[in-house]
Design a protein around this ligand. Structure first.
Ligand SMILES: [Zn+2]
Length: 117
């Protein structure tokens, strides 16, 4: 039974066999933190478990900048990739139309691509 405070010679509630969630932080020595994570969180009290996160708009922007690694997956970059993919689809559709027209008018023979093999 757990009582407040650790008693000398008695095992603690959060010993090596404790099945609960551990803090996911890395200590300054490079080893994982062994403390129990706070309820509903993934960090212990020493590693930001009781942090309420950035509150101001400037703080939120600062954290977002700090967590950005290369920017290839930002909302803007993904929107730009989507736009470019759509442009490529439109160009290929137009080329298909032109090829169909050229085949219909006899400017190209069916199987004209085979000459490039
Ligand atoms: Zn910790």
């Amino acid at each position: 039974m757990f009582t407040k405070g650790n008693q000398i010679g008695k095992p603690t509630r959060f010993g090596p066999d404790w099945p609960g969630r551990r803090c996911g932080a890395k200590t300054r020595a490079g080893t994982p933190c062994k403390k129990a994570a706070m309820k509903g969180r993934s960090r212990c009290r020493n590693h930001g478990g009781s942090s309420t996160g950035p509150r101001t708009e400037a703080g939120r922007a600062r954290i977002a900048t700090a967590q950005l690694k290369h920017g290839r997956l930002t909302k803007e970059a993904r929107a730009e990739a989507k736009r470019r993919a759509q442009v490529g689809r439109e160009i290929r559709a137009e080329l298909r139309d032109i090829e169909g027209l050229a085949l219909a008018r006899g400017w190209l023979k069916p199987g004209w691509r085979d000459q490039f093999d």
